[in-house]
Design a protein around this ligand. Structure first.
Ligand SMILES: Cc1cc2nc3c(=O)[nH]c(=O)nc-3n(C[C@H](O)[C@H](O)[C@H](O)COP(=O)(O)O)c2cc1C
Length: 206
């Protein structure tokens, strides 16, 4: 079980970073393999809509840091998307990253994303749920379109300044619980796989 988290805030150590890191720490403490990617440190060119995905057996015509991320995404079982709410949508970094998922919409790419679990982590300044609704809906529809399972979300309102989340023990505990839930799911997946093994052995007596 591998959990890959993508940090979409340009603010290092900010609110969504803090929440995502807490999810990962908690999952890792329960033996989940984790990898964290700060999109702000990478070069991800904007999708140009050329529709030449998978030409020459490459997912994308661009050679940039997405080349490695396509492989990481394909290897991961759970993808965590962490982004602040920016104008009721995702950050620019997160949107550029998502736009580059078009190769996963092509026949060659579909099997590399379909069935993966997805988690959304977001924080924003306004009070109440309304400000996050368009963002959540965008992810919901995108995950559904790609055949992913939207297994959990952490949505923290009232967090404007950089230190707001570290002072929010409830949000941090919820982040830790999401990490533990991911670990429990991985345990369940292993148990199911083991339970199927005897059936396979009976079908194939070699
Ligand atoms: C460009 C920009 C747009 C923003 N738009 C919103 C918004 O529409 N609604 C809101 O509640 N907060 C908005 N915020 C505030 C951030 O969501 C908030 O500060 C968040 O905690 C930042 O998370 P971070 O520390 O992970 O970057 C915006 C901030 C910026 C810089």
């Amino acid at each position: 079980m591998k959990l890959a988290a993508f940090l979409g805030s340009p603010r290092s150590g900010g609110n969504t970073d803090t929440l995502a890191v807490r999810v990962l720490e908690s999952a890792k403490a329960s033996s989940v393999e984790t990898e964290i990617v700060a999109l702000r440190s990478l070069t991800i060119k904007p999708c140009n809509g050329c529709e030449r995905c998978w030409g020459n057996d490459r997912p994308c015509i661009f050679t940039d840091d997405m080349t490695v991320l396509y492989e990481l995404i394909a290897r991961a079982d759970v993808l965590l998307f962490a982004t602040p709410v920016w104008w009721y949508g995702p950050s620019t970094l997160m949107k550029a990253f998502l736009d580059r998922f078009v190769p996963f919409n092509m026949p060659q790419g579909r099997p590399l994303i379909k069935g993966k679990d997805a988690v959304l982590v977001t924080a924003y300044e306004e009070e109440g749920p309304e400000a996050a609704e368009p963002l959540i809906r965008m992810f919901e529809l995108s995950f559904r379109y790609l055949g992913m399972r939207f297994i959990d979300r952490l949505v923290v309102d009232g967090t404007g300044p950089k230190g707001a989340v570290p002072a929010n023990s409830r949000a941090l505990e919820r982040a830790a619980e999401i990490g533990r839930a991911i670990a429990r799911r991985s345990g369940a997946v292993h148990a199911q796989a083991e339970a199927r093994e005897p059936e396979r052995a009976a079908e194939d007596p070699q």
